[in-house]
Design a protein around this ligand. Structure first.
Ligand code: CU
Length: 120
């Protein structure tokens, strides 16, 4: 065996373990910073925009409205016609079938829900 090569190998192992110790200490701080960074996008993602829609059916007693709606970005839903529960069901008396409206949606009790509706 070549003694010089063995020594070089031993030095490499020492250098590698020293480097990995330094990396472990450094990455601990780096992880904490990453945790702070990751909260900002999650908060801004929640912003809800009014969505254009047309009222197809109103069921005031059930507190539901059937809407032909455009894409709902904050719910990740594409354009379609479907029934939604309405948070302020008393407001349904102000609307009639065929009305063009701007609707704000949010998830309430795990369900897509109309939280605000304005006639256009
Ligand atoms: Cu839908």
């Amino acid at each position: 065996m070549n003694p010089g090569k063995t020594l070089a190998l031993a030095l490499t192992i020492v250098a590698a373990s020293t480097a990995s110790t330094a990396f472990a200490a450094g990455s601990k701080d780096g992880h904490n910073m990453h945790g702070m960074d990751s909260q900002a996008p999650a908060a801004s993602k929640h912003a809800s925009q009014p969505v254009p829609a047309e009222i197809r059916k109103i069921d005031a007693s059930a507190g539901k409205v059937t809407l032909k709606h455009g894409p709902i970005e904050n719910l990740g839903m594409s354009a379609m016609t479907m029934a939604f529960p309405v948070k302020d069901r008393a407001s349904l008396k102000n609307f009639k079938e065929g009305d063009a409206v701007a609707v704000t949606f949010d998830t309430v009790d795990g369900k897509p829900t109309v939280i605000d509706m304005q006639r256009k």
